[in-house]
Every structure is written in structure tokens, then in C-alpha cells.
Design a protein around this ligand. Structure first.
Ligand code: ADP
Ligand code: MG
Length: 273
């Protein structure tokens, strides 16, 4: 399935692109089903280096599934995803491509940082240990160096004084900032955020968005799934509206949020704004 496309795209990319302006993420005709139910249908999306793309759309439209596929947490059923010119989830085997058996290793090699709605911190580890865990265990960094890096990342998200706290002693906003620092510790080339503020009390949303905003300003390539329309308007280079497993509409924040062309986009925005 799709093997020829892969070879074809690979050749096309090799011959035409200088690495610099090659899209950093390319999703081409991506399809994914669960138990016979189509969750992503023929989805195409490209993200350039340094671009901030926000994805909005109703619950169940496939946003999280798309992020999981990009981050090697699952395989596509059909179509291709490439990150920085490399197929996600597939490897060359002779003349064809086959699913990568060791997705965990592929994920580590890809250096994609992901932040989830429910933080997903290790509850038995302190803030600083949460951050240095992957650098030490996965990337085999020197523990002292990893610890120092973790401390400076904690300081950069405003939590320098909370290094030795366990997650349960931190507010939701603080936990999410630890989670962002943890994602940054692997020197990500791409950051994926899946509704990073949806589980937070309203008064804690701002401190998390501020950290994400700074990353955007620093030129990080990011895909942010969010219901924060104002935030999307502010930080996004491009807004993508998804519904029922496809991209209905995309464009600048002004195009999609202020002048949506599609009826479905208009209806969604009336509901969330
Ligand atoms: P969104 O993030 O936009 O709310 P999701 O990608 O989480 O949407 O889910 C899209 C659809 O796929 C939903 O109907 C959801 O129930 C289904 N789904 C997602 N993950 C799985 C899974 N692992 N197994 C079965 N169904 C799933
Ligand atoms: Mg989701």
C-alpha cells in the first residue's frame, strides 16, 4: 500500500529540494481508521520550518490522532507522513518501504516534543527528574549535564524554585509548564501541543500560553491543537480547521477566524467564541 508513492515522493524531494525550504512536515493523503471507522480521510497538510500552525475543530474530528501519527505513536493506514524529509513510521527495506518495527527508537531519533492535555508527568518523579528522565534514559546524556539543563529549562518556564517538588504539589499550570520543559529537554525540532490548556482552570491558562507564545517567537516549528481562538489569532502563522477527519479550511488567522469561507467553520466559530 502506498509504497510507490513513498518512493516517488522520496525521489521528488531528493531532486528538487534544498533542505532549507523543504516543508518540515508533510502529510499526504493520510488515512486512519479505528475498527472500521474512518478518523482521518485523505488529509494533506504541510508545515514549514519555523511555522506555527494551530489546528481547531470539533471534538472527535481527528486532531489528536493526527498529532499521534506525526509523533510516531501509531502507523498511518494509507498515505505518507514525512518529518524533515524522513518517512514517519516506515523504513526502507530493499526496494520497498515497510513499517518500522521499533517505533520507540524512531520516535527518539525524530526528536519531536509533545505536550498533552493532561500533562502526563511521571508522578513519582520531581519536576527536575521529570525533565532529565528522557535525556538520561533515552539519549544517554551525562546525568549531571542533564540535571543542569533541566534546572535551566525549569527556570525558563518560571519554575526555578519548584525543582524538587513532586507533580501533586504543583498547580495544573505549573505541571503543564514542567511538561513543556520536559518536551524541550530533548532539543525538539518540532513541538506538538494537544489542547495544552483544556484541562486548566481559567486563571492558569495564561501562564501556559505565555510559555508557548515565547517558543513561537523563538522560531520553534509548532503544531498547536487548541480551543483558544484568541491565542490562535495571536500566535498562528496559519490556522487549520478540521472536521470529520479532513481539513475543511486553512489560511491566515484573519482568513480563517475572521472571514471563514466554509459554513462548517462559521458554525464552529460561533459555538466556541
Ligand atoms: P479530536 O482530538 O479531534 O477530538 P481524536 O483524534 O481524539 O479527535 O478522535 C477522533 C475519533 O477517533 C474519535 O471518534 C475517537 O473516538 C476515535 N479514536 C481515537 N483514538 C482511538 C483509538 N485508539 N481507538 C479507537 N477509536 C479512537
Ligand atoms: Mg483531541
Amino acid at each position: 500500500h502506498g509504497l510507490l508513492w513513498r518512493e516517488h515522493l522520496l525521489a521528488a524531494n531528493a531532486s528538487q529540494d534544498g533542505a532549507e525550504d523543504r516543508p518540515f512536515v508533510v502529510c499526504y493523503n493520510v488515512c486512519k481508521s479505528y475498527g472500521g471507522r474512518e478518523v482521518l480521510r485523505n488529509l494533506d497538510l504541510t508545515v514549514k520550518r519555523g511555522e506555527v500552525v494551530t489546528i481547531i475543530g470539533p471534538s472527535g474530528s481527528g486532531k489528536s490522532t493526527l498529532l499521534r501519527l506525526i509523533n510516531h505513536l501509531e502507523h498511518v493506514d494509507w498515505g505518507d507522513i514525512k518529518v524533515d524529509g524522513r518517512y514517519v513510521g516506515y523504513e526502507k527495506s530493499g526496494a520497498t518501504m515497510r513499517p518500522i518495527r521499533d517505533l520507540a527508537k524512531a520516535r527518539a531519533d525524530a526528536r519531536i516534543g509533545m505536550v498533552f492535555q493532561h500533562f502526563n508527568l511521571f508522578n513519582h518523579l520531581t519536576a527536575v527528574q521529570n525533565i532529565s528522565e528522557a535525556p538520561i534514559q533515552v539519549y544517554r546524556q551525562d546525568p549531571k549535564k542533564a540535571h543542569d539543563l533541566a534546572l535551566s529549562l525549569l527556570a525558563s518556564v518560571g519554575l526555578g524554585r519548584h525543582a524538587d517538588h513532586l507533580p501533586h504539589r504543583l498547580s495544573g499550570g505549573q505541571q503543564q509548564r514542567v511538561a513543556i520543559a520536559r518536551a524541550l529537554a530533548i532539543s525538539p525540532r518540532l513541538m506538538l501541543f494537544d489542547e495544552p490548556t483544556s484541562a486548566l482552570d481559567p486563571e492558569l491558562v495564561g501562564e501556559v500560553l505565555a510559555v508557548i507564545r515565547r517558543l513561537a517567537e523563538a522560531g520553534m516549528t509548532m503544531i498547536v491543537v487548541t480551543h483558544e481562538i484568541r491565542f490562535a489569532r495571536e500566535v498562528a502563522d496559519r490556522v487549520v480547521f478540521m472536521d470529520e477527519g479532513t481539513i475543511v479550511e486553512q489560511g491566515t488567522p484573519a482568513e480563517v477566524l475572521d472571514n471563514p469561507k466554509e459554513e462548517r467553520t462559521q458554525r464552529f466559530l460561533r459555538m466556541v467564541e
